[in-house]
Design a protein around this ligand. Structure first.
Ligand SMILES: Cc1ncc(C[n+]2csc(CCOP(=O)(O)OP(=O)(O)O)c2C)c(N)n1
Ligand SMILES: [Mg+2]
Length: 578
């Protein structure tokens, strides 16, 4: 192998026979169909971005690595290919790390590729430019972490990263590329041969026939069965098989947030609007790509009622079984293979669940929907959440292929309940951690990866975490319509400083802020909506034009509640609040 110095001498005469680290990375990405990079340029990866763009890779430059990372993570969810995030050393790497940990927690395949400083100096802690032992720091936060030191190992390094990201339970992978690697020169033919095209990156994992039979036996014995669909089921892209299983079984289903639309929320078996009833009263629960974490109250306690319950769980990760409660019928394998095997095992004459159970669920659901309906039609000004969301609900009904991005507290919880989804993988949100900050990164990746219009429904606080990326949206002219539920703060804009000093309360923002003007600053369309009618017109115009748009929806500052629907998670002192 030649050194960088040799490259200069030989470049002119042997240009065609040589390649370098830069090009090997690009060729390895392209060979594996990874054609989009989300990142922020700087030393040592600026030229890599330029060259990647020159070679036909789409390189999307962000204003902050965290947003680029979130974009990469959701690109992974939407496509089943690892989303690529590219960052500079130390601070850029750290900014991307939150998204890497997020991808791992949410089981999204993503590769964070970060440039890093000189190993020799970093390891002796001699104070290099952006010095940091990035590999060590990334390791506990991702599924796998690799470093490539030699150009001839780039192909293998990327192959390992891809496999680790997408096989089994997907997750985030870190790939450390020290600055010196990029300039390393090697024979072009040897370089080509060193690249690896990953074959069958996420091999099918077929469930054991006994496990399938056991699950079906339990399901058959049920008087009040329930199917819960998680975002793992949405990720699997086994939409037809899942629909067949649900419909053939006749069992009510409850979609978790990002599984909404796998079957339409308006499907006769959907129990979304009867959530508390089905969780409490069901006797057999089949989880498909859903974990019994906090979002399902760990499968026990008040939410789940007193009646004994049996759980069937379908998951690709064997360690998921018995994580919180006993799983009487674990089915381990990829969702597509498991669901297909279950459908086959059901045969031609599966008995539907008892009619009184179906009736109970449907009645509860219809009652709740009817109770909600008038609230969604109110035309109050300032708007409340229901009036504003009623409008957005209709817009998604009329434009079911749009992608809905959603974050906030009240803005999240109420939108999740109110806006029906009709197609798989159209709702992307705060995920397992309930994090703020995914909004603009997700919107950008959703527009780029799906080519569909995006509607981002954002709390004013939530939006602030990634707000600067509206410039990115305008720069790439993406069909993104951001609606900010502006209630002057976090949960509510009405808190007061208990000490009476000049500072406002910690949850309160500038009153009457005009977020729409941020969009105008970059050439996008801004609109200030004070009534549901205005909101409707503005969103429809944005969706029709496909122009980057930001609508400041003025919401009554008193309309929200503490922490939205999860106020119960706030720690309470045994001492009375003063
Ligand atoms: C990264 C991160 N930081 C902080 C929080 C805590 N948090 C939860 S919701 C929220 C904002 C809620 O306000 P807003 O987005 O305006 O929604 P609203 O309830 O007002 O509609 C915050 C800061 C979080 N979830 N994630
Ligand atoms: Mg708010």
């Amino acid at each position: 192998m030649l050194t960088t110095a040799n490259k200069v001498e030989t470049a002119a005469s042997e240009e065609r026979e040589l390649t370098d680290g830069f090009h090997l990375i690009i060729d390895a990405l392209k060979l594996n169909g990874l054609d989009t990079i989300y990142g922020v340029p700087g030393i040592p990866i600026t030229d890599l971005g330029r060259m990647a763009q020159a070679e036909g890779i789409r390189v999307l430059s962000f204003r902050h690595e965290q947003n680029a990372g979130y974009a990469a993570s959701i690109a992974g969810f939407l496509t089943k290919k690892p989303g690529i995030c590219l960052t500079v050393s130390a601070p850029g790497f750290l900014n991307g790390l939150t998204a890497l940990a997020h991808a791992t927690t949410n089981c999204f395949p993503m590769i964070l590729i970060s440039g890093s400083s000189e190993r020799e100096i970093v390891d002796l802690q001699q104070g290099d430019y952006e010095e940091m032992d990035q590999l060590a720091i990334a390791k506990p936060l991702c599924k796998a972490a690799f470093r490539v030191l030699h150009a001839q190992d780039i192909g293998i390094g990327l192959a390992r990263a891809i496999r680790a990201a997408v096989s089994g339970r997907p997750g985030g992978v870190y790939l450390d590329l020290p600055a010196k690697l990029f300039g390393q020169v090697m024979d072009a033919e040897a370089g080509r041969k060193s690249l690896v095209k990953v074959i069958d990156a996420a091999p099918a994992q077929i469930p054991a026939p006994e496990a399938v039979k056991r699950a079906l036996d339990v399901l058959k014995s049920a008087k009040k069965p329930l199917i819960i669909l998680g975002k793992g089921a949405a990720y699997a892209q086994a939409d037809d098989a899942i629909r067949t299983l649900v419909e053939k079984s006749g069992i009510p289903f409850l979609p978790m947030s990002m599984a909404k639309g796998l079957l339409p929320d308006t499907h006769p078996q959907c129990a979304g609007a009867a959530r508390s009833t089905v969780l409490k009263d069901s006797d057999v629960v089949m989880l498909i790509g859903a974990r019994l974490n906090w979002l399902l109250s760990h499968g026990k306690g008040k939410t789940w009622g007193d009646a004994p319950k049996k759980f069937i769980q379908i998951d690709i990760e064997p360690k998921e079984m018995d994580s919180n409660v006993e799983i009487v019928a674990p089915v381990v394998g990829d969702i597509g293979s498991c669901v297909t095997a279950l459908v086959q095992g059901m045969g031609g004459n599966w008995t539907a669940p008892p009619a009184d159970w179906i009736k109970t669920v449907q009645t509860k659901r219809d009652d709740n929907v009817a109770k909600m309906a008038p609230r969604l039609m109110n035309n109050n000004s300032p708007m409340d959440y229901h009036g504003a969301l009623g409008v957005l609900r209709t817009i998604i009904k009329e434009r079911p292929d749009a992608v809905l991005v959603n974050e906030g507290a009240n803005t999240l919880d109420l939108a999740r309940g109110i806006i029906d989804m009709y197609q798989p993988r159209k709702r992307i949100d705060v995920g397992t951690w309930g994090i703020m900050g995914i909004g603009m990164g997700y919107s950008i990746a959703a527009a780029v990866e799906t080519g569909k219009p995006v509607l981002a429904v954002e709390g004013d606080s939530a939006f602030g975490f990634s707000g600067m990326e509206v410039e990115t949206i305008c720069r790439y002219k993406l069909p993104v319509c951001v609606v900010i539920f502006n209630n002057d703060g976090i949960y509510r804009g009405t808190d007061v400083n208990p000490a009476g000093g000049p500072d406002v309360a910690p949850t309160v923002f500038v009153k009457g802020a005009r977020y729409d003007r941020m969009m105008e600053a970059f050439g996008g369309v801004g609109f200030n909506a004070t009534t549901p009618d205005e909101l409707k017109r503005a969103v429809n115009a944005a969706m029709d034009s496909g122009k980057p748009t930001l609508i400041n929806a003025v919401i009554d500052p008193a309309a929200g509640s503490e922490s939205g629907r999860i106020g119960n998670l706030n720690p309470q002192s045994a001492l009375k609040k003063k």
